[in-house]
Design a protein around this ligand. Structure first.
Ligand SMILES: [Fe+2]
Length: 291
């Protein structure tokens, strides 16, 4: 299935359950909406409302339970349920995380890190192939927020993702905020990270807020935690401008999951993303856009 002709051009926002009824009733001017299917699979009423929303907005399905990094294999039952939701809402994009979050049937409430080595890559290639075959469409894999690395890794995250793209034909969801905070936490260059990703593979960008916390293992230093609970910060907007210049006008989405503000606040962040993107791609119009 080709969805490219329906891709939105403006920035979208995450649609969370507390805003669902409001969006159905008032149809706010969002360019597009991204949902977590796991919020709907066991909730027929919410699924019915989402189906109504999908008649008016481009929808993206962003999975948090398809654990492509699980050593014991992906949950095919869960994948079939996601496919059922996809059939109802006909999303323009379907994505998930470079992480693992299930083990032997147990669902963990975290997206856990992976070592970047050949063995893990072979596992991920197998699982991404299964997901893309099971869903009948390309899957976008999102770079994680990182706090620790594995001493056994033999390649960088960028090298790992690039090879995953090459071997599976999957695409990438580049979470710009994750790049920023992981670069801070892990001590690498966020701009070099973006410059290393395969340009043609990046099909979506995420932006979200983070929370600084003192690093208990290193008193006096700060970890940036991917909380999705605050506005996007200045340095992330700067990095986003760089991403837009590199990857072009790919769909951008504002993620806000905790301490959820009014829906209008999300729309204002999306509008800001549109301004930053326009200025990044057309710097000659910077003054006119700013006014
Ligand atoms: Fe994200």
């Amino acid at each position: 299935m080709t969805t490219g002709t329906r891709l939105p051009t403006g920035a979208g926002v995450g649609l969370r359950l507390p805003h669902l009824a409001e969006v159905v009733a008032t149809r706010p001017p969002a360019a597009w909406l991204e949902t977590h299917p796991e919020n709907f699979l066991a909730n027929p009423h919410a699924t019915e409302l989402l189906t109504r929303v999908a008649a008016h907005y481009p929808i993206s399905v962003h999975t948090v339970g398809v654990s492509i990094g699980s050593a014991k294999g992906i949950d095919c039952h869960h994948l079939r349920r996601v496919r059922g939701l996809i059939a109802r809402v006909d999303p323009v994009l379907v994505s998930g995380h470079l992480a693992w979050s299930t083990h032997e049937g147990e669902y963990l409430n975290d997206l856990l890190p992976l070592p970047y080595d050949e063995e893990t890559l072979a596992l991920l290639v197998r699982h991404v192939d299964e997901v893309q075959e099971g869903l009948g469409r390309p899957y976008l894999v999102e770079n994680p927020s990182s706090y620790v690395g594995f001493g056994t890794s033999t390649m960088t995250e960028v090298e790992f993702l690039s090879e995953l793209v090459r071997r599976t034909g999957c695409r990438l969801l580049c979470d710009v905020s994750n790049v920023y905070l992981s670069a801070h936490n892990m001590g690498y260059d966020a701009y070099a990270y973006l410059d290393g990703l395969p340009v043609d593979a990046v099909g979506e960008l995420h932006l979200g807020g983070f929370t600084p916390e003192e690093d208990e293992s290193d008193p006096g230093s700060t970890l940036l935690i991917d909380t999705h609970a605050s506005p996007i910060t200045g340095p992330v907007w700067d990095l986003y401008a760089h991403a837009v210049r590199r990857f072009g006008p790919v769909p951008t989405m504002i993620e806000w999951d905790n301490d959820l503000p009014p829906f209008a606040t999300l729309l204002a962040e999306a509008a800001k993303a549109d301004v930053v993107a326009t200025q990044a791609r057309h710097p000659e119009n910077r003054r006119a856009v700013a006014c």
